[in-house]
Structure formats: structure tokens, C-alpha cells
Write a protein that binds this ligand. Structure first.
Ligand code: ABC
Ligand code: CA
Length: 515
């Protein structure tokens, strides 16, 4: 009896330990916990420049899961959860969660242990995953030298690297051994060579996973810890982990893909941004970096996190608000090889530039989904990605190819999907002539999921499309796509929680980029 109970528990536990393969099927919504939603649904003012806690919480996230799920996301990434520096510093408050002082306590601004457990349960009840952001590289102080007794559990200088600032990103010893932050908030660099520190972190990450039913981790400052720290840490984590290597060079990033399940794909991020930030961006450079990463990374690009925005970089719409360019750039993570990540607020057209301006409160948008072209855009693309996964068992192991690259147009094939992208801009009329390499056979009927316009593949699977408004065209075989999404284009669409009226005219006549 006891034996079978234990066996059942072991089964349940292993079923919950989400693997890279399970995460590959997912689509992640990244949110800054303090800025996403409040517990009581109130909308306090939140001036990003103040760098204060604005009032978002784990209970707030629970309250807004309908909103996230409506767009087709089935995982969320939340801010770090552990206790941080309290009070004001020269760099503001620790509302972002990256300034740990106590590894063993939760950040009470975000809620209680039971709130966090409730969030995990609410997600799992919806078939969604929880990804938690964690920081192993450093802890935080508000004096220099730090008062080590303010840190838990390492409360002595010997658990940390000797003070020096990270000053030279070309010197890996400096990057790994010296300290990030500044004299206002020195980020006290953990001695990740010390056996006591290593053992602590192995236990700690396993307990975080089991105590809060975590399905995956986002690991901060990966490149600031020696590479051979990570394989054992990954094992101790026991679930998919994706690491932040803030660096645009594939050759620098590639070795990290061999020590952890995945990395946040910064090299692609940079080329994606520059390809679509203007009508003269280079699509060829995007192709080049993707092909380089496909061959240099451990699992090609299949287990990386692919993103257009995050909390450390200017939002895309702070660079351009041309809605043709915006829609193409936003499309990329959802049609590429990695695990798509959308940074909260992008769907509402937020335009904040660098930290701290890119951390706007989402409640100021009202979580409106009606007449929000980018909400609609990402919802359709998530649905199309799911349809491609369901149609072809090899979709997630099919690497994108580029059957045609022109000056302002790019065809991206990942059978059964063919994505026709363009940086011609909203006032341009893109045209694609793809003569081969689509994987379709002659006569296959195709549907553009964004407009529900149909096309027919020509000889050798060739595809010729003339678009409009600088929009991308995302093709699937018609039978693969659930055309109830098309009725959302043409009329009224109902969901369990919302009734949405989205008309074809609204889709095209709205003044984009509002909010
Ligand atoms: C606060 C203020 C800022 C102020 C700063 C000094 O203090 O808000 O206004 O300027 C957290 C908070 C931040 C806070 C910092 C420091 O802590 O969120 O608001 O800034 O106190 C991670 C997280 C990030 C987090 C931390 C710290 C780390 O994602 O949110 O920040 O836990 C480096 C690290 C990277 C880190 C990032 C912020 O800093 O490597 O892990 N992110 C070059 C370097 C990168 C470097 C980057 C930015 O500059 O190579 O290593 O990131 O400083 C490309 C190159 C890249 C190059 C870029 C700029 O250009 O290929 O290599 O990156 O072409
Ligand atoms: Ca370090």
C-alpha cells in the first residue's frame, strides 16, 4: 500500500518535472511581478522613473491569467521571488527583485508562500507552466564595503569574491570574479568556487522547485559564473533552465548552450531588432546569425528562449512605431526555432525605452483586448504555432530555412509553416516570390492566418503573394488551421471570459500604437 502510494508520488513528481522537450511546445509570457497586476485589481499610479514598488503581486497574476491565456500563452516567467534589499537606494527600490538579501525568504511585497503556491496551482489547473527567475551570481548590499551580516545564509566575506568591479567584458576572469552593480548597490559576487556555496545552491534550487512547484527557471547573469558550475546546478534544478548570457556574439554564447538546457538568444535579438527597426535594416544579417547559431549551439536553436523585448533593453516601439515593422518583428519569436517569449506590455503597444522606462504598469492599459491589433496578432500567431505543432510531429525539430531573402522581404520555412516577412514598412506593399523550398506540393491550398486569405501553391510548391500595409503573411495548409479564428477577424468572437468584437475594418483602420 505504502509502496504504491510512493510509486504514485514518484510518478506525479516526474510528470511535473518539465523537460526542455516539454518547454519547446510552450509559449512564454514574461512579466515583471511588481508591474503586472495588483491583488485587489486597483490601478495605482506608477511612474517608472521613481523606481518604487508599484504594487503588483502573485495574487494579481492569478487574477489576470485569463488575459494571458486568451493570447495563447501557456507559461509565464515571473520576477525573482526571494527577499530583497528594503528601502530606498541611490538606484531606487528593489521592485524588480534582483537584489537578494535572504535566499531563504520570499519577497513579501509580492505575497506569501501560499499566494505563490496558489499561483502555481492556478497555472497548473489551466495546463500552464511556471518559470521563476533566479540569481545565483550575486547578492545585494547598500553600502561599500557591504555589511555581510545583512546577507542570508552567507553572512561572511569568505563566501564572496574579493571586491573589484566588472569593468572589462573582454576579460572573462573579470566578468566572473568581479562585482556588478555600482557603489549605491554593490552586487556582492558569490564565491561559486566554494563548496559550501555550491552545496547550498544545489539544495536551494531543488527546494524552490519542489516547494513552489516550479516548472522551469530563468537564470540571471549566467556568464558571470564559471561555465563548469552549471551542469551540476542544472541537474539539481531538475527542470528546464534558460540562462541569460547578455551578449550578441554567437561564438561567445555557444559554449553556454553546452552547460545548460538553453540560453536567452541575445545574438538573434540584436539582429532581429536591427532587421526590423527601419526599412533599411538588414534581413540578411538576421539570416546569417540564425544560421550561425543553428550550427554553433548545442541543440541548434530548439531550446533557446527567443525574444524581442525584456526588462533590460528598450522596447521595440521605443525605436519605431511603424506598425508594419512592429508586427513583423513581433512575429519572429513565434515562427522561429526557439521557445517564444513575449515581454508583458508589448501586446498593448508599450513604448518604454531603457531601464527603468521599459517596466510600465500593465494595469494602466486596463488589460483591454478589444480593438488591440497586437493582442490579436500574438493570439493568432500562438494559435498558428500550436496548429503547426499539432499537424507535424517534426515541426519542433525542423530548423528554419530561408527559401528567399530579398532587400525588404524574407521567406522563412518551417514546414508546414511558411512565414513571409518584410521590413518594407506600413506604407509599403510587399511581394514575395518563393520558387522552391517551401515543402508544399503543387496545388496545396494555403491560408494566411493573419487575414484568412487563401492561396494555392504552384509547381514545385512555389508561392507568390502580394501583401499590404507592410504586414507579414503567415501561411499554413488550410486544413491545419482552425478557421474559427477567422471569424474573429470578421465578426464577434466569444471566449469563456470575454466577448470580443473585432471587425475586419477595425483591424486595418485603427490608429496603431495607442496606449
Ligand atoms: C540599476 C538601475 C539602472 C542603472 C544600474 C546601474 O542600476 O535600474 O538604471 O543603470 C537589476 C535591475 C536593474 C539594475 C541592476 C543593477 O540590477 O533589474 O534595474 O539597474 O543594480 C541581469 C538582469 C537585470 C538585473 C541584473 C542584476 C542582471 O536581466 O534585470 O538588473 O541581477 C550586464 C549583465 C546582465 C545584466 C545586465 C543588466 O548587465 O551581464 O546579466 N542583466 C554589455 C555586457 C553585458 C551587460 C550589458 C548591460 O552590457 O556585455 O554583460 O549586461 O550592462 C551588445 C553586446 C553586449 C553588450 C550590449 C550593451 O551590446 O554584444 O555584450 O552588453 O552589442
Ligand atoms: Ca560572479
Amino acid at each position: 500500500m505504502l509502496g504504491s502510494v510512493l510509486a504514485a508520488c514518484a510518478l506525479a513528481a516526474s510528470a511535473l518535472a518539465a523537460t526542455p522537450a516539454e518547454w519547446q511546445q510552450r509559449s512564454i509570457y514574461q512579466l515583471v511581478t511588481d508591474r503586472f497586476a495588483t491583488s485587489d485589481g486597483s490601478s495605482p499610479t506608477c511612474d517608472t522613473e521613481d523606481r518604487i514598488y508599484c504594487g503588483g503581486s502573485w495574487q494579481g497574476v492569478i487574477n489576470q491569467l485569463d488575459y494571458i491565456q486568451y493570447m495563447g500563452f501557456d507559461a509565464i516567467w515571473i520576477s525573482p521571488i526571494v527577499a530583497n534589499l528594503e528601502g530606498s537606494t541611490g538606484d531606487g527600490y528593489s521592485y524588480h527583485g534582483y537584489w537578494t538579501v535572504d535566499q531563504n525568504a520570499l519577497n513579501e511585497h509580492f505575497g506569501t508562500a501560499s499566494d505563490l503556491n496558489n499561483l502555481a496551482t492556478a497555472l497548473h489547473d489551466r495546463g500552464m507552466y511556471l518559470m521563476v527567475d533566479i540569481v545565483v551570481n550575486h547578492m545585494a548590499a547598500n553600502t561599500l564595503p557591504p555589511d555581510y551580516s545583512t546577507l542570508t545564509p552567507f553572512n561572511a566575506e569568505s563566501s564572496f569574491h574579493t571586491f573589484c568591479w566588472v569593468t572589462d567584458y573582454n576579460n572573462q576572469t573579470n566578468v566572473e570574479q568581479c562585482w556588478l552593480g555600482d557603489s549605491n548597490v554593490p552586487l556582492v559576487d558569490c564565491n561559486t568556487e566554494d563548496d559550501g556555496v555550491i552545496d547550498f545552491f544545489h539544495n536551494w534550487v531543488g527546494e524552490l522547485r519542489s516547494n513552489y512547484s516550479v516548472d522551469g527557471f530563468r537564470i540571471d547573469t549566467l556568464k558571470h559564473v564559471r561555465k563548469d558550475f552549471w551542469p551540476d546546478f542544472q541537474t539539481a534544478a531538475g527542470v528546464y533552465a534558460v540562462g541569460e548570457v547578455f551578449e550578441g556574439d554567437v561564438n561567445y554564447v555557444a559554449p553556454y548552450t553546452k552547460v545548460l538546457d538553453g540560453v536567452l538568444d541575445y545574438p538573434t535579438y540584436y539582429q532581429l531588432t536591427s532587421a526590423f527597426e527601419s526599412t533599411s535594416g538588414s534581413l540578411q544579417n538576421l539570416v546569417n546569425v540564425v544560421q550561425q547559431a543553428q550550427s554553433a549551439y548545442e541543440n541548434q536553436l530548439f531550446t533557446v528562449g527567443t525574444f524581442l523585448e525584456n526588462q533590460d533593453n528598450p522596447r521595440f516601439q521605443s525605436i519605431t512605431t511603424d506598425q508594419g515593422l512592429v508586427k513583423n518583428a513581433m512575429t519572429w519569436p513565434l515562427i522561429a526555432d526557439g521557445i517564444p517569449i513575449l515581454y508583458y506590455g508589448q501586446e498593448q503597444g508599450y513604448t518604454g525605452s531603457n531601464d527603468p522606462y521599459n517596466r510600465e504598469a500593465l494595469w494602466l492599459s486596463g488589460y483591454v483586448i478589444e480593438d488591440k491589433p497586437l493582442v490579436h496578432h500574438v493570439r493568432i500567431l500562438n494559435a498558428a504555432r500550436k496548429a503547426a505543432i499539432a499537424t507535424s510531429s517534426s515541426y519542433l525539430s525542423t530548423a528554419v530555412t530561408f527559401p528567399s531573402v530579398g532587400g525588404n522581404t524574407l521567406a522563412v520555412s518551417k514546414y508546414p509553416m511558411l512565414s513571409l516577412l518584410t521590413n518594407v514598412g506600413a506604407s509599403g506593399t510587399p511581394a514575395w516570390d518563393v520558387s522552391s523550398g517551401t515543402g508544399y506540393s503543387s496545388g496545396t491550398e494555403l491560408i494566411d492566418v493573419l487575414t484568412c486569405t487563401t492561396y494555392t501553391a504552384g509547381s514545385g510548391g512555389s508561392v507568390s503573394v502580394t501583401g499590404s500595409g507592410g504586414n507579414p503573411v503567415i501561411l499554413l495548409p488550410t486544413g491545419a488551421f482552425n478557421t474559427t479564428y477567422c471569424s474573429a477577424l470578421a465578426g464577434t468572437h466569444s471566449t469563456s471570459s470575454h466577448t470580443v468584437a473585432v471587425t475586419f475594418e477595425v483591424e486595418y483602420d485603427t490608429v496603431y500604437g495607442g496606449q
